[in-house]
Design a binder for this molecule. Sequence first.
Ligand SMILES: [Zn+2]
Length: 618
Amino acid sequence: MTNSDPRTVPTTEQPNNPAYWQQHVDYKMDVNMDVKTFQYTGTQKLKYTNNSPESLTKVFYHLFFNAFQPGSEMDIRLQNIQDPDRRMVNNLGTKENPEYESRIAKLAPDEIGYLHATSLKQDGSEVDFNEEGTILVVNLNNPIAPGETVTFDMEFKGQVPVQIRRSGRNNKDGVALSMTQWYPKMAEYDFEGWHADPYIAREFHGVWGDFDVNITIDKSYLLGGTGVLQNANEIGYGYEDEGTKVKKHKGKTITWNFKAHDVHDFAWAADPEYIHDKLETPSGVTLHFLFKNDPEVVDNWKKIQPKTAELLEFYNKNIGPYPWEQYSVIQGGDGGMEYAMCTLITGGKKYGSLLGTTAHEFAHSWFQQLLGTNESEHPWMDEGFTTFISTLAENKISGDNKANPFENAYKGYQYIVNSGKEQPLTTHGDRYDINAAYSIAAYSKGCIFLSQLGYVIGQDKLMETLHKYYEDFKFKHPTPNDIKRTAEKVSGMELQWYLTDWTETTNTIDYGIKNVSEENGKTTVEMERIGLMPMPVDVMVFYNDGTMEYFYAPLRMMYGEKSNPFEVKRTVLPDWPWAFPTHNFTIDAATSDIKAIVIDPSGLMADIDRSNNTYQPE
Ligand SMILES: [Zn+2]
């Protein structure tokens, strides 16, 4: 183990909510994969602990692979959404007049995905279950009492779908098996109740626990994924300890044994042609890279290795230490998707996008795998926070050092506001009208939640907030209120208004300079609030002699002030009460001495009309 053993984290420590509890799972699985038919069978022994204060009379499992069948909810949604994910459709029309066909609808019986329970026992006795699409509903014989642990023994069989999205076989990169969302997975039950979301498009929420997984597969296949390989010296393939002589395997198959602690998912990938590189990092975490021996990508997959180590260092420093022993960057999937202790990412023909995707997916190890927010309910907390920190990391590691590296997020947000298609961040990930509205909400508006929080409470307090959020909520399921309370505790400000307006409404921000007048050699500036969303206001006055002066109007309802982010003289104005449409201040200079007056020179406030932010004398 490296920095800290996650198992030593006291699960009773609940800094913000003394009533907090979370369920616990302990999986032991034995799986046999037939690499010719892409079918697999398995047994699963699941010890499930009910830490909730309620007795449970039913439980739900996810059977994600059932989404990849003609007529599934995923298929039908794909056929009805205006802007389907291009990876999941064929375009039978032209670029201008597209006519999309769902790739799922075209899958033949031996190409579809499926996952079925064939038997299920609760503490040794058979229980009834029925499949509802991607969910297995189990009505228990005996309720699970608060504090009780029961054992579910399941036998299951599955078929790996032709790769449509995230998981599958023989994808475009030629990777044989991308095994993500592949096992019967207990749904999460938390203070909101069951999260038995059908698999339609979007992401996941899982139960914290431990995995012990045996995968028996053709011996020519090289595997990577969640967990630490327990029989590395027997398996070899670059996993063995240095200097170990790996014995030749007799028989056709090998059994790989992976163990993972304190994770809420388990993923793996396998291919007979993977190259496997290993990189030890100063922090003690081992990085693994698995990629195809394809001359078009090999160099890029080599180049990202030291950069991934730099990313690890950046995230360790700016959020908190990566707590697991290893992380694997694996060619597979499509685009990129985060899993526990690994990511599956596609391609590698373009170095920049390979590095960018790696930076993003690796950051999810913190914002999702460690700070386990519900991705279906609050996609902005994983995609947005990940975008925020990976953008910062890339800006530093690439040497770009842009003053506002988040510019694209602000542009995206502005675009969706102007389009009239914006939906609030409280929308369930699957139920945005169009995919673009989801993406911009989750990635861009979620990123701005943090970058703009830096504008409100100050950059120093923002970074302190991330550290405290990590400390207080690692290995838990933080909610929107938790990040807000953390920022409140760190900054001493009241921030409910920020969470409410930014995440629960589509209220927009628009502050402007309404009028500038001069009397007795002094200049009076009348500022105006046009948008509904409240904000504190930074105003910079640029003088003709090259000097600057900063005026700061805190928002009354935040009951606090940030420290001065600029290296110039600051005047703190009286608080601006939100209900007041205007707010005035006076500059001790003639208007003729002023070159410009600018609201929010940092550009970190997501003001939807910046044309009224600047005043320049004629
Ligand atoms: Zn992401």
